[in-house]
Ligand binder design. Sequence first.
Ligand code: NAD
Length: 318
Amino acid sequence: MERVLVIGASGQIGTDLVLALRAKFGNDMVFASDIKDASREVMDGGPYLRLNAMDKEGIRKVVEQNHITQIYLLAALLSATGEQNPQLAWDLNMTSLSHVLDLSREGLFKKLFFPSSIAAFGPNTPKVMTPQYTIMEPSTVYGITKLAGERWVDYYAKRYNADIRSIRYPGLISWKAAPGGGTTDYAVQIFHDALKSGHHTCFLKEDATLPMMYMPDAIKATINLMDADRDALTVHSSYNIAGVSFSPAEIYEAIKKHVPKFTISYEPDFRQGIAESWPQSIDDSQANKDWGWKPDFGLDNMVEDMLTHLEKHFSVYK
Ligand code: NAD
């Protein structure tokens, strides 16, 4: 019987992941935690607690009291907010990971999920079909924390036989929660603007192609990797996974098919520089080989699904 703790559950991924984990393991088995309130659905649908990812003894207490077997560490400062406060990004992203790694080494729980990112790559990485193993050299503090995190995770797996699983998520697109300050946030805002104001001002250039993924695919990947047979896993740092790659101009055109009057303009800011340091597409063949990874969503079915859900969401909360 699995009992799960999600740390940083009130953010973009946690809002969807907690509900998926509760559907899988049972509502009472999944403890959502954060330093801020979560969505009503998350807070009312099962256990929710205030827990600071920097408080190692607080995490230990929650794990022991609730007989937790799996932890998903989602608390982090993301790429754009990390550049505004590099020291805080380093402190939060590394200290929280080091706490849960130490608790896993003590054998306090069985399995850890650590989310890495395409931000772990950098300007010297091959940009097209970026391989699983390649030059990394991230240029943002966020990317540096993700690469350092991957190295720690690999070290703990090999040295202490800890069961830690990790994915390099691309930019994630979802409708339930707002994104938390990343370079790909425009790809969520553009849907809100299409339905609300009819105009989107993009903070990236029109041809800034990046690897992206629709949230249902990201949740499927996370759960499938955590379920996979441990002996089948050959990557102990973090798996490349791919969804769909597109530029702002391409997603705009895909949305315009459904919202013909929608307009866009471009005012690139510091996030354009971050985008230019990242890959454009990802080779995820190792994830496919080891645990059968395959996305369900491409650009057109993702756009259709996002617009349908957001329209319903807006009509309920009007
Ligand atoms: P988010 O910013 O939306 O959510 C992070 C959550 O962590 C927030 O609810 C925040 O309140 C919480 N948090 C911050 N400090 C905390 C602390 N000290 N203790 C407890 N909670 C704290 O981020 P997200 O998009 O849900 O991302 C989750 C993870 O996935 C992060 O590690 C992120 O780097 C990674 N990731 C996300 C994306 C994406 O596109 N969303 C892409 C790649 C990787």
